[in-house]
Design a protein around this ligand. Structure first.
Ligand code: ADP
Ligand code: ASP
Ligand code: MG
Length: 436
């Protein structure tokens, strides 16, 4: 069971969480940092990078004050209050030490890890105070990334099981989401929103019956509720549909968190801590009916177009182009080709200048930024007419930059200017789901 930032975001929420986990079923509970904390730690890191130690210091004190208030409200006994205060001062003294030290990416990762380390310890003190037996499993003892920054499932499975065998008879385990060690053994993380990924990795490692992701909404909705007004929760999704939605911007799930669950065929349930009786969404291998399920959008997309006479009737051209992206380890999201040109999109522009320089060898290169991929997800069998027609009829007033259709039966993606994302999602809500 994974609980996100809002679900552990206040003393009230932490208390409410106890009712959800305390049912004598053996489980591992994965917690995020309290809401706002990772953002605050990221802001502190920015100030430290800029050597603005005064600003960093004052942001650290502000955050510490918030935690002091949490402690005061969270506990009743003097002993818990004392433990809470000590924990906070240890973590915040550590944060303050960075205002006097060199600050590099390693220190930043250590700073970003503090939120989950604090929330799990505070929650476990609360369980202690209530007399509920639990074990705090340090994620840094078993979570590990390999040299490609992907979870090292063999290492994690072996070491998590080893940790668990230390506590025979225990049924309730608490651990940190998001944080991990990398292949050098240093503190690292699974990128923003990574606690979902921890949950599916842990669930897959122990062969759980079910993985539950508890958040602040009643499941995966048919459209982005941050952008359009009317949306509804989807009762069931296949792993493939959920994976596409997560990857293409549905913030409720970390982009790659469905894969470990799919690999082990473990159902994932999305549930709402603010409304625990709601059915939520069940993600599994069960086939779903044909049709449109949901749309999602991913921002920060860059399109690169390479036009070359050399492509005409040639083979090996696309391989040479793709090898450039492979060398710079940049995944491509969308591809379209014509006889003399190819367009691809990437979401990470760290190495854009080098990539473009290499691509210039092949022809004329054009780069477009500030784009969004809008993905329409569901089941669209290739032999059935009407799906492409319904989408393009709906989007007749939107200038579409790229279209990707036919790559899978679960996804039709289009590329639009980010300024038109809202309008695109609204038109699709109307045209595909009949919601105004
Ligand atoms: P947590 O802190 O629990 O991980 P997140 O903020 O990461 O929660 O994810 C939940 C949020 O995702 C929701 O509050 C909602 O605004 C947003 N969201 C974006 N797209 C969707 C969608 N298609 N369905 C449900 N929620 C979505
Ligand atoms: N606390 C981390 C974040 O805010 C991880 C998570 O909440 O999933 O990104
Ligand atoms: Mg999240």
């Amino acid at each position: 069971m994974k609980f996100g930032g809002t679900s552990v975001g206040s003393p009230q929420r932490m208390n409410a969480l106890i009712d959800l986990i305390n049912d004598c079923e053996p489980k591992i509970v994965v917690l995020s940092a309290m809401s706002g904390t990772t953002n605050a730690l990221a802001e502190i890191s920015q100030a430290l990078y800029q050597k603005d130690n005064e600003k960093a210091g004052s942001l650290i004190v502000d955050l510490e004050e918030k935690y002091k208030k949490v402690i005061a409200e969270l506990y009743f006994t003097e002993q818990s209050l004392l433990k809470g205060r000590e924990l906070i001062s240890t973590h915040f003294d550590y944060l303050k030490s960075f205002t006097r030290d060199l600050f590099t990416i390693n220190e930043e990762r250590a700073v970003l890890a503090q939120g989950e380390l604090i929330s799990t310890a505070l929650f476990q003190f609360l369980l202690d105070e209530k007399g509920i037996p639990s074990i705090l499993l340090p994620a840094l003892n078993f979570m590990r990334l390999n040299e490609n920054a992907e979870p090292d499932m063999a290492f994690i499975t072996k070491n998590l099981k080893l940790e668990l065998t230390k506590y025979p008879g225990s049924e309730l385990f608490i651990t940190q989401g998001y944080i991990s060690r990398n292949d050098f053994g240093e503190i690292d993380n699974l990128k923003r929103g990574g606690s979902d990924y921890t949950a599916t990795i842990v669930g897959a490692a122990i062969g759980a019956d079910e993985i539950q992701i508890w958040t602040d909404i009643d499941g995966m909705h048919n459209n982005d509720p941050r952008v359009v007004n009317k949306t509804y929760p989807i009762a069931k999704l296949t792993f493939d549909e959920a994976a596409e939605l997560a990857y293409f911007g549905a913030k409720i799930l970390h982009p790659t968190c469905i894969l470990p669950a799919k690999d082990q065929n473990i159902p994932v349930r999305l549930l709402n801590t603010l409304q625990p009786e709601a059915t939520g969404t069940l993600i599994s291998s069960e086939n779903q009916a044909e049709g449109f399920r949901a749309v999602a959008a991913k921002d920060g997309i860059t399109a690169i177009n390479i036009k070359s006479g050399r492509m005409l009737m040639a083979y090996g051209f696309l391989r040479a182009v793709f090898e450039v992206f492979e060398r710079y380890r940049k995944p491509i999201d969308m591809i379209t080709t014509s006889e003399v040109a190819v367009s691809v999109t990437i979401d990470n522009t760290d190495e854009l200048a080098n990539i473009v320089e290499e691509l210039n060898e092949f022809g004329t290169v054009k780069v477009d930024t500030d784009l969004s991929i809008v993905s329409i997800v569901g089941l669209f069998p290739a032999a059935k007419p009407g799906y492409a027609g319904a989408i393009f009829d709906t989007l007749r007033n939107i200038p579409v930059r790229m279209i990707s259709y036919g790559g899978s039966e679960n996804n039709i993606s289009i590329l639009v200017d980010t300024k038109l994302k809202k309008q695109t999602l609204m038109e699709l809500n109307k045209g595909l789901f009949n919601l105004e």
